[in-house]
Design a binder for this molecule. Structure first.
Ligand code: TXA
Ligand code: MG
Length: 310
């Protein structure tokens, strides 16, 4: 308990000084900085080698604090009440008087906002008098980090502090919904879209075209393990790592399991971890067997599809 308090104090100290630190969320680790500070936000872009026209998600403790920066709508309130804190990001209209650094949004008048669930991160947000801009803690286009050691692999000593919150429970990024007009899903994520449709009582349009750039995060190459990956494979090639959704009776050294028994949630949690491990184990290519395209399986397939563009 005492160490939690002192770690949060330490994290706050860095953030107050416009430093970037890594923070745990229930989806993936984030690279966080004060969203009101130009200096902090510029540091995030530099560290990540992220194109300046790819805007950041800003993390809030709750809707009361958000209201200073964004307009909210009835759809937002419905979704917020049901799913926040949790793995959903909302695109909202930015208020003119908002204090959000213009570098966060690349001067656009919309803002991506999220209310993370991880208890340690929530404790930290509660202590701060500014929200935190935090993209996933990885070098641009690479795999997101799902544990402190991944962050360390990505950035090493360039990051001054990692608030260690253990393994991320969901292991895959948040679902993004654009609420500027009619709701549109911009990214598959940790929250199953059918749950959103059920709540709003309508089918929701998905703008997930891999070829056309819609949101910057929809650039085709993304979430890449850094070696070629192919999907829907029945039989791997020689010397290829083979990623399987459930345990096999007869197994081989190159077999990697996403879950014991075809559990898609478990598979999502293990996905990035496994892809990182395969690369470290020295494989030059990855084959993945077909994964059911339902629930969070859609998110897994979306990420594999983008990773396969390497
Ligand atoms: O789970 C998550 O969402 C994690 C954790 C750390 O919260 N964050 C995350 O951030 O995945 P990032 O920066 O890796 O991905 C955010 C995506 C980007 O693809 C970006 O283009 C999109 O959100 N985005 C940000 N602001 C936007 C906006 N105003 N309109 C449309 N898309 C936006
Ligand atoms: Mg990212």
């Amino acid at each position: 308990m005492k160490s939690i308090q002192s770690n949060i104090k330490k994290a706050k100290k860095y953030l107050d000084k416009n430093q970037c630190i890594a923070i745990p969320t229930e989806t993936v680790y984030g690279l966080a900085g004060n969203a009101y500070s130009d200096i902090s936000v510029k540091k995030i872009f530099n560290l990540k080698k992220r194109p300046v026209n790819n805007p950041l998600i800003v993390h809030y403790y709750d809707v009361n604090r958000l209201k200073e920066d964004c307009y909210i709508s009835s759809n937002f309130t419905k979704l917020y009440n049901k799913f926040s804190p949790g793995p959903i990001t909302f695109i909202l209209k930015l208020k003119k008087k908002s204090k959000i650094s213009k570098f966060v949004t690349n001067k656009q008048n919309s803002l991506a906002v999220r209310f993370p669930k991880h208890s340690l991160f929530r404790k930290l947000l509660k202590e701060l008098d500014y929200p935190l801009a935090a993209p996933s803690a990885n070098i641009s286009t690479r795999l997101s980090s799902v544990q402190a050691s991944d962050v360390n692999e990505e950035f090493g000593s360039k990051i001054k502090y990692i608030l260690n919150g253990g393994r991320c429970q969901i292991g895959i990024e948040s679902t993004i919904i654009n609420l500027l007009s009619k709701p549109v899903i911009l990214r598959y994520g940790g929250l199953d879209i059918s749950k959103i449709e059920k709540l709003l009582k309508k089918k929701i349009f998905i703008k997930n075209n891999l070829k056309k750039k819609i949101a910057p995060g929809q650039f085709p190459l993304h979430y890449s393990p850094g070696i070629p990956l192919r999907m829907n494979v029945k039989k791997p090639n020689k010397n290829e790592a083979f990623v399987l959704i459930k345990k096999r009776k007869i197994t081989y050294k190159n077999y990697y399991y996403l879950s014991k028994k075809n559990n898609l949630k478990q598979a999502a949690k293990n996905l990035y971890l496994l892809l990182r491990k395969i690369k470290k184990d020295g494989y030059k290519t990855i084959a993945v067997e077909k994964i059911q395209n339902r629930g969070i399986g859609k998110t897994i397939n979306d990420r594999l599809n983008r990773a396969s563009k390497y």
